[in-house]
Ligand binder design. Structure first.
Ligand SMILES: [Zn+2]
Length: 302
């Protein structure tokens, strides 16, 4: 459905908050921030700052762009976060809040970018599945790959249309990890985890998982690594924690605490790794928006 951005008064708050946050914040990331500031809808959007992180159960009130990162990791924010993301209690306990806060800071240069970060962190990307659920589009299918798959948050990373984005960011990550002189065992653990996250329909979630000796190649790789006595226990523990949260959520800032206990010789490597993965996830969403809406357009479909 095409919506005329010249007439935003006809939008519901939910449509405006979701659609505008994505579009304007997406532009604000790049070189076009001055353009966004002068954009006609920006002042309207400003008044709706409080609903940029709207959840089906309501929103967290207040000066969201400034306070949200802290709120999400505090007593008041955590239940709302859990409700929005549907993560289990165990997964919530395993979240590395420091990586969350550092990520928010890294991506929070403007109110739009904080909003954008918050939407991604709270699983509020306006995917086709979400739009379909709200009755805005007839089909939940992904329009990027046209593989007949529903466009969920996980699919944003697993979509075949994102292969180039993956290649580019995989290269960047490997260069960073080489620079950090990451031990080989940890490197192999991370690589298999990312491969797992990018494989559709195979990602275990919600429980610890040790792979499968009789399963697909990747499941065998996992089983072999976790049975390898030469790989440090801390690395295996981090690997086992991540699927409790969800391996694919590593692209949207959900890091298991265990990573920090690995390779402590390089103090900040885990946080930098977290930020690189968030950048990778964001690039997938930007690529999706470019494919879906075009690079620059005056109207867009939701
Ligand atoms: Zn797709």
């Amino acid at each position: 459905m095409q919506r005329d951005e010249k007439n935003p008064n006809k939008w519901t708050n939910d449509e405006r908050a979701n659609g505008e946050a994505d579009r304007l914040a997406g532009r604000a990331w790049g070189e076009e921030f001055s353009h966004v500031q002068n954009q006609a809808n920006a002042p309207l959007f400003r008044h709706n700052g409080g609903i940029q992180v709207i959840t089906s159960a309501g929103s967290i009130a207040g000066r969201i762009p400034k306070r949200l990162p802290e709120l999400l990791t505090m007593e008041r924010g955590l239940p709302a976060l859990q409700k929005a993301t549907q993560l289990t209690v165990k997964a919530m306990e395993l979240l590395d809040n420091e990586a969350t806060l550092r990520g928010a800071k890294h991506f929070g240069a403007t109110m739009y970018s904080v909003s954008h970060w918050a939407k991604f962190y709270t699983h509020h990307w306006y995917t086709a599945s979400r739009a379909c659920k709200f009755g805005q589009v007839d089909s939940a299918e992904c329009k990027c790959c046209r593989d007949g798959v529903n466009e969920t948050t996980a699919h944003i990373f697993q979509c075949t249309d994102k292969n180039e984005v993956h290649l580019e960011h995989h290269r960047k990550l490997m260069a960073f990890l080489a620079d950090q002189q990451l031990p080989n065992g940890l490197l192999r653990i991370i690589e298999v985890g990312i491969d797992l996250a990018l494989l559709s329909d195979n990602t275990p979630q919600g429980e610890t998982w040790d792979g499968d000796d009789d399963g697909s190649n990747i499941k065998k790789r996992v089983a072999q690594l976790l049975n390898d006595d030469e790989i440090n226990t801390e690395y295996k523990e981090a690997f086992r924690q991540q699927p409790i949260i969800g391996w694919e959520y590593i692209f949207i800032g959900k890091f298991a605490k265990g990573w920090k206990n690995c390779w402590t010789e390089r103090g900040q490597w885990a946080t930098k790794f977290a930020i690189l993965m968030m950048t990778w996830g964001r690039a997938c969403w930007s690529s999706r928006n470019s494919t879906t809406f075009g690079k620059k357009t005056n109207s867009y479909a939701i």
